[in-house]
Ligand binder design. Structure first.
Ligand SMILES: Nc1ncnc2c1ncn2[C@@H]1O[C@H](COP(=O)(O)OP(=O)(O)OP(=O)(O)O)[C@@H](O)[C@H]1O
Ligand SMILES: O=P(O)(O)OC[C@H]1O[C@H](OP(=O)(O)OP(=O)(O)O)[C@H](O)[C@@H]1O
Length: 231
């Protein structure tokens, strides 16, 4: 069986992902020139590398068109319905660390927790004539966290594909759900993270698509073990 592994073609995870495979004794080489989107593992004709963007990797794992992928857990959980049924997190790779968080304006002095935010959301319509607006690109994670985990139903998601932390100051939303690593963007935009507002602690993972043909396959097992041992 030919095994396809999807690796980031660009962005912040690209070099670290390649380094993990190198350390695992599976050195990646591009097929053709440097800009090529296909690669292989030196000395392993049974493995193909597909270079894709981090969010495409999550989607292809869900579709089962690749066997393994390296991408962020946030993109897996946001991109796939019932992610654990579709994929297995085979290894946490220790880079690309970032938290998906709920942040509100610093001047909301009496809002420190999700319970406080629930009170604000409940009163928002009578006070402001509209629902609380949340800017995010993480629709699924936001809905799960607000509605299922915290019982907050009165809000509206405003899609934001970039500069999300600027949305409250720009009047596009009241609060945000976004990724943070050093916290400096949240701070620079006069926002604060709620004390229980960490939705997910994400990092880059080796992820396996759950496929029946993987069961008992020594190549699949070998790749997972090689990466796990390299960490
Ligand atoms: N400071 C950060 N800001 C944004 N994402 C981060 C940060 N630190 C780590 N990540 C992680 O990096 C991943 C996204 O990587 P990157 O932004 O390089 O992708 P991308 O190439 O822009 O992909 P796509 O085009 O598919 O969005 C996510 O899993 C995210 O959690
Ligand atoms: O907590 P911090 O260290 O400040 O990092 C968080 C910020 O970094 C990312 O944006 P980036 O500028 O990297 O652009 P991107 O959204 O295109 O990835 C992310 O969307 C946040 O805005």
């Amino acid at each position: 069986m030919t095994i396809t592994i999807a690796l980031p073609s660009k962005g912040r995870m690209k070099d670290d992902a390649a380094a993990v495979f190198e350390k695992a004794g599976l050195p990646i080489v591009a097929v053709g020139n440097e800009r090529s989107y296909r690669g292989k593992v030196e000395g392993r004709d049974d493995i193909e590398i597909a270079f894709l963007s981090a969010s495409e990797i999550a989607r292809e794992l869900g579709a089962g068109t690749v066997d393994f992928g390296v991408t962020g857990e946030d993109l897996i959980r946001e991109g796939l319905v019932d992610a654990d049924r579709q994929v297995e997190i085979a290894a946490r790779l220790g880079f690309g660390r970032a938290d998906v968080v709920v942040a509100v304006p610093e001047i909301w002095l009496d809002v420190e927790t999700m319970a406080d935010l629930g009170d604000v959301a409940a009163d928002f319509r009578s006070r402001h004539g509209r629902r609380l607006q949340i800017a995010t690109k993480y629709w699924r994670l936001t809905q799960q966290f607000f509605s299922s985990q915290h019982g907050i139903q009165l809000y509206r998601i405003v899609e934001s594909l970039g500069a999300t932390e600027g949305a409250p100051a720009a009047g596009q939303a009241d609060i945000i759900v976004d990724i943070t690593s050093t916290g400096s963007t949240v701070k620079a935009n006069h926002l604060k993270i709620l004390s229980d507002g960490v939705i997910l602690k994400s990092e880059a993972c080796l992820v396996r698509a759950r496929k029946a043909e993987h069961d008992g396959d020594p190549q699949i097992k070998g790749i997972m073990e090689a990466v796990q041992m390299a960490l």
